[in-house]
Ligand binder design. Structure first.
Ligand code: AOF
Ligand code: ZN
Length: 432
C-alpha cells in the first residue's frame, strides 16, 4: 500500500504533512490513538479529519513518533464491500465491485455496485447519484477502476469527468487489460490514488474471480449432508433425506449462483437427481456428470431435461458411443484420455475455466469428493450435519479416494464456522 505518511513528533501535539500543518485534537493522548488505531486531526482550515495509525516508531514510548495514513476511509470501504456483495451470482465471470463517492467534506453523496454482467460498472452508478457533488471529493472503490473498453466504457473516464481529486481502492485489478493501468492513468492525470485499504477482505470477496484469472480454473465448492455418525447413506444406499428443509434451502441458494453442478456416475444411478436450483437463482448452472465407464441410465431426470438445462458428460475416450442416446437427447459428451487415476479432475476444471465458469459445486458422491480432495482441487466446503445416526460399517462416508497417510498431511480449513441450520448444523470453511 502506498501510504501518505505523516510523521507526528514528540507527544504528538502537532505535525507536518505534505498537505500542510496538522494539529492533533486537544485532549487526545497519543496512546489513545494507538489503542483505537485511529487519530483525529484538524487541518489548517479547521476541518476535522480522521487518520488511521499504521505504525508507531516506538510502542514503548508512545507518542515519540507516529506514522499514520491520511485520512481514514475504512468505514466507507467496508460499506463499499457490502454493496459489492449484492452482485454475487449476477456479475460472474466479472468481479463484484462496490463504490462510494464522498463530497469534499467527506459526506457520502453517491453509491453503487456492479449489478449484472454486461451492465454498468459500480463507479458509474455511484457518480450518477453524486452528480456535481463529487467535484473535489473522493471515490472509495473496492477494485481498481478499469481503463479499457469492455462491454462498457472505461471507468477511469467516468472518474476524471466526475471531478473527484482522490481515489481510494482496496486492490489492483489483475485483469490483463487493466493490471495497474487504471491507477497509473489516474495518477498521471494528477489524482491521489491509494491502493490497499481492506485488501484482504476485497481479495476474499473476489477469491473466485482472482483464482480464475490466476489459474484458469473455477472455484470449487464441495457440499455434502451427513448423519451425526458421518454417513452419506444407509447400508442400502438410501439417502433421502439426511438434512432438513432449512439446509436444503441453503443448498438451492448456492446452486442458483454457481455455473456448474458436478456429480459422479454413482449419484446419477442411485439418486436420479435433477440438479437445478429451486427456486431459480441468478444463474442457470450446467449439470456435469463424470463417468469413466460411460454407463449411465437410459431414463433419468438429467437426460430428460437436457434441452431445458444444459448437461455435460465427461467420459473416458473410447466410451462415447455408449452415450450416443444422451448426445441425441441434447447432452454434450466430451471424451477425455485417462490413465490409471481415472478422469483427470484438472482437465475437467481447465475446460470449465476455459468456458469462463467461475464457481463449480461438487455434489457427490464419495468417490468424486475423494477425487477432488486427492487432487487438492477443492476451495470451499459446505457440510450439513443432521442430528440422526444411521450406523452400519457399509454406510458410505462422505469422502472416498486415497486420502492421506498421516493426519499431519490432512487438509486444514480456514475461516471455519458452525451455524445452526434448522435442526442441522452447517459447517463451512475454506482451503487454507
Ligand atoms: C470496474 N468497476 O464495477 C467492474 C470492473 O466486460 P466488462 O466491460 O463489464 O468488463 C469486465 C472487466 O472490467 C472485468 O474483468 C474487470 O477487470 C473489470 N470490472 N471494473 O472498474 C466494476 N465490475
Ligand atoms: Zn470499470
Amino acid at each position: 500500500m502506498r501510504l501518505k505518511t505523516l510523521v507526528v513528533a514528540a507527544a504528538g501535539r502537532s505535525f507536518f504533512a505534505p498537505g500542510g500543518a496538522f494539529v492533533l485534537r486537544p485532549g487526545r493522548k497519543p496512546w489513545a490513538f494507538l489503542l483505537q488505531g485511529r487519530c483525529h486531526a484538524q487541518n489548517p482550515f479547521n476541518r476535522l479529519t480522521t487518520h488511521r495509525v499504521v505504525r508507531t516508531e516506538s510502542e514503548t514510548f508512545p507518542g515519540s513518533e507516529w506514522i499514520v495514513d491520511a485520512p481514514d476511509y475504512e468505514p466507507q470501504m467496508r460499506h463499499a464491500l457490502s454493496l459489492a456483495a449484492r452482485g454475487r451470482g449476477w456479475v460472474e465471470p466479472n468481479p463484484m465491485v462496490g463504490a462510494v463517492v464522498l463530497d469534499p467534506d467527506g459526506q457520502a453523496v453517491g453509491e453503487g455496485w456492479h449489478q449484472k454482467f454486461g451492465e454498468p460498472h459500480a463507479e458509474v452508478h455511484a457518480f450518477v447519484q453524486a452528480g456535481e457533488r463529487a467535484k473535489g471529493g473522493t471515490l472509495v472503490v473496492t477494485l481498481e477502476p478499469c481503463c479499457h473498453w469492455g462491454k462498457t466504457p472505461p471507468c477511469t473516464d467516468a472518474v476524471l469527468r466526475s471531478g473527484v481529486r482522490r481515489v481510494v481502492t482496496a486492490m489492483a485489478d489483475p485483469f490483463p487489460r487493466v493490471a495497474g493501468g487504471g491507477v497509473q492513468l489516474l495518477r498521471t492525470a494528477g489524482l491521489e490514488v491509494d491502493v490497499g485499504l481492506c485488501e484482504p477482505e476485497a481479495r476474499q470477496l473476489n477469491a473466485a474471480y482472482l483464482k480464475l484469472l490466476r489459474t484458469g480454473r473455477p472455484w470449487v465448492h464441495l457440499k455434502w449432508a451427513m448423519t451425526l455418525d458421518g454417513k452419506l447413506a444407509t447400508r442400502t444406499g438410501d439417502s433421502k433425506w439426511i438434512s432438513g428443509e432449512v439446509s436444503r434451502r441453503t443448498v438451492h441458494d448456492l446452486r442458483g449462483r454457481v455455473d456448474a453442478i458436478l456429480v459422479g456416475r454413482g449419484t446419477v444411478v442411485t439418486d436420479d437427481p435433477l440438479l437445478t436450483a429451486r427456486p431459480p437463482g441468478p444463474r442457470i448452472p450446467a449439470r456435469v456428470v463424470l463417468t469413466r465407464s460411460g454407463e449411465l441410465p437410459d431414463r433419468c431426470q438429467l437426460r430428460a431435461t437436457a434441452r431445458e438445462f444444459p448437461v455435460i458428460v465427461w467420459t473416458a475416450a473410447g466410451n462415447e458411443p455408449k452415450l450416443a442416446g444422451w448426445a441425441a437427447d441434447g447432452c454434450e459428451v466430451i471424451p477425455l484420455p485417462t490413465g490409471d487415476a481415472g478422469l483427470s479432475v484438472d482437465a475437467v476444471l481447465a475446460e470449465l475455466g476455459r468456458r469462463r465458469m467461475t464457481h463449480v459445486l461438487v455434489e457427490g458422491g464419495a468417490a468424486i469428493h475423494g477425487a477432488f480432495l486427492d487432487a487438492r482441487a477443492a476451495d470451499e466446503f459446505h457440510v450439513f450435519v443432521a442430528p440422526k445416526l444411521s450406523g452400519g460399517a457399509a454406510g458410505l462416508t462422505p469422502v472416498g479416494g486415497n486420502g492421506v497417510a498421516r493426519m499431519s498431511e490432512s487438509l486444514p480449513l480456514a475461516g471455519f464456522t458452525a451455524t445452526p441450520s434448522g435442526e442441522d448444523v452447517y459447517l463451512h470453511g475454506y482451503r487454507v
